[in-house]
Design a protein around this ligand. Structure first.
Ligand code: GLC
Ligand code: CA
Length: 563
């Protein structure tokens, strides 16, 4: 696998810094806390750490609202702490990828403070300003009807500026104007500054939204502003420019968070010639259980939909672009709660392992989210006051309080299933106070199951989810068929079984997973005869049978010359 780029052979671990480990006892995770846990991460076997934003920020969207790209948020530490983390990570062979949030800044960023001063200000065009419309009664309304992703209008009137500015996300997250050349110049300069510090790449926040069609601002739309602006007219031009002006010459990885990306767009974003990005996050998988009202519902996914989406992306990008593989992240509920089964400890343990197996043997770079390697579960919050997330609170305010479309009880159920806070509870290190995350009460509640579900307990238990992940990661990283093989789905319709093969000139892998709590029988002819078992989540295996949430992987390696 000599000529394969390192990021195709890597496992990425996402760290939500605020909730990972608090080194100084203020209840908030920090950079020194990450440094302290590097040996844990090395031992797990991951290669790359993606840090969610650590830059100076008022914290309205937990750091996705940046007020200074060149400094570290006080709560997380100092630039010295960052450099120490980078050095210590590199000493252990771990790479660091930073979050790059450049679709918008905070409204407290110096550019925005200037921009709003007057139409003549040199920073005016850094953001997107438009006049409002005057209704018949003389009332002023926003330039169009777009809604923001965090509820309410995507336009905010600014009395100092005398105009509205666009914010596809929160009111305190004004969108940058990428059509204005000085904006691109500033961003590319900032990226080179971080690359020169020695970081190993960027995860690019909502990067598919940066190019907006100015004509669209004149039109109303039935969909969110966010969706109107995805894959805009100059997006590929800007990413190519970024490749030339910011990334060229650095051996780094780039992954684009690309809402509304299609296969044909992904083939351009993540083209094998590396003219834009290395890979993208697609969201079709995350949308499989979305109802008419988007994420606020309590529908459960159907396995056939999961398989359809995964298969489509496996086949669609094969040989043309590179996939990323994830069941969850800091914006999604916990994987085992959503796609697995937490109704008993046995099913929880088996389904957490099965999910990792079913996904990570596909082609693409695996991303695991902190605590997933322990099978951490949804938060289980009972009261609205437990929630911290701007999106969740905004949705409650709009759907329950203002529009009265959803009852309080229903919304509490939906939040329990879909809120982003489900994944943001503190990492469960041990069964001590606050799960060993902090000496002080954390900024968000600890999941009550930390008494038995924690890293220390799992390190001592050979049958734990944690031990399984370690085994799995070692296998994945060494296997050429996983990296290069083609994909075949053996049963597209079953709502219980996910059965696929990966095929290359080196051999074949069979991945069999039971997504149900009932024993399932396999067709005789699909069970391989001569293959060896690579990994499975039960002790011993009965040919042709998959017990509740059982997974098993076989491999047959071609002996060169005899195939
Ligand atoms: C991305 C981030 C999310 C954030 C949003 C706005 O989706 O992952 O956490 O709220 O962008 O920056
Ligand atoms: Ca702290």
């Amino acid at each position: 696998m000599g000529n394969i780029p390192w990021w195709k052979r890597s496992v990425v671990y996402e760290i939500y810094v605020r909730s990972f480990f608090d080194s100084n006892g203020d209840g908030i995770g920090d950079l020194a806390g990450v440094t302290e846990k590097l040996d844990y991460l090395k031992d797990l076997g991951v290669d790359v750490l993606w840090l969610t934003p650590i830059y100076e920020s008022p914290g309205d969207d937990n750091g996705y609202d940046i007020s200074d790209y060149y400094s570290i948020m006080d709560l997380f530490g100092t630039m010295e702490d960052f450099k120490t983390l980078l050095t210590c990570a590199h000493e252990r062979g771990l790479r660091i990828v930073m979050d790059l949030v450049v679709n918008h800044t905070s409204d407290e960023h110096a550019w925005f403070l200037e921009s709003r001063k007057s139409a003549e200000n040199p920073y005016r065009d850094y953001y997107i300003w438009r006049d409002g419309k005057e209704a018949a009664d003389g009332e002023m309304t926003p330039p169009n009807n777009w809604s923001s992703s965090f509820s309410g209008s995507a336009w905010q009137y600014d009395s100092a500026a005398g105009q509205y500015y666009l914010h596809l996300f929160g009111r305190k997250q004004p969108d940058l104007n990428w059509d204005h050349e000085p904006v691109r110049e500033e961003i590319f300069r900032m990226m080179r500054w971080w690359l020169d510090l020695g970081i190993d790449g960027f995860r690019m926040d909502v990067i598919s939204l940066i190019s907006k069609d100015p004509g669209a601002f004149l039109r109303d739309s039935a969909i969110r502003g966010h969706s109107v602006c995805a894959n805009g007219p100059r997006i590929h031009e800007y990413l190519r420019e970024m490749r030339r002006r910011a990334l060229a010459g650095y051996d780094v990885m780039t992954v684009g968070e690309t809402p509304a990306v299609t296969i044909s767009e992904a083939k351009r974003y993540a083209a094998a010639d590396q003219s834009e990005l290395d890979m993208v996050f697609q969201f079709e998988l995350m949308d499989v259980d979305g109802g008419e009202s988007g994420k606020w519902n309590d529908t459960r996914y159907r396995l056939s939909d999961v398989k359809r989406v995964l298969g489509k992306w496996q086949k669609g990008l094969y040989g043309a672009a590179w996939n990323s593989l994830f069941w969850n992240n800091h914006d999604q509920p916990r994987a085992v709660s959503r796609f697995g089964d937490t109704s008993s400890r046995l099913f929880w343990n088996k389904s957490a392992k099965m999910l990792a197996t079913a996904l990570y043997f596909l082609q693409g770079t695996p991303y695991l989210y902190q605590g997933e390697e322990l099978g951490m579960t949804n938060a289980g919050f009972e009261s609205l006051s437990d929630y911290r997330d701007i999106e969740s609170l905004g949705a409650y305010e709009e759907l329950v309080s203002q529009k009265k479309l959803v009852s309080h009880a229903d919304m509490m159920r939906y939040l329990k299933k879909s809120s982003r806070d489900n994944a943001r509870t503190p990492m469960q290190w041990d069964d001590g106070p606050f799960a060993g995350f902090s000496r002080a009460r954390p900024w968000i509640g600890v999941n009550e199951n930390y008494t038995w579900l924690n890293a220390r307990a799992q390190a001592a238990d050979p049958d734990s989810v944690l031990h399984y992940y370690k085994r799995l990661i070692r296998i994945l990283r060494e296997d050429p068929i996983v990296c290069e093989g083609g994909y075949e789905d053996l049963d597209k319709d079953s709502e219980a079984l996910y059965l696929y093969t990966r095929n290359s000139k080196e051999g074949r892998i069979w991945v069999f997973s039971n997504f149900s709590d009932k024993e399932q029988r396999l067709d005789e002819e699909i069970v391989p005869r001569e293959a060896r078992c690579l990994i499975g989540n039960y002790d011993g295996h009965q040919r042709g049978i998959l017990r509740a949430y059982e997974c098993i992987v076989y491999e047959y390696v071609t002996i060169h010359g005899t195939a």
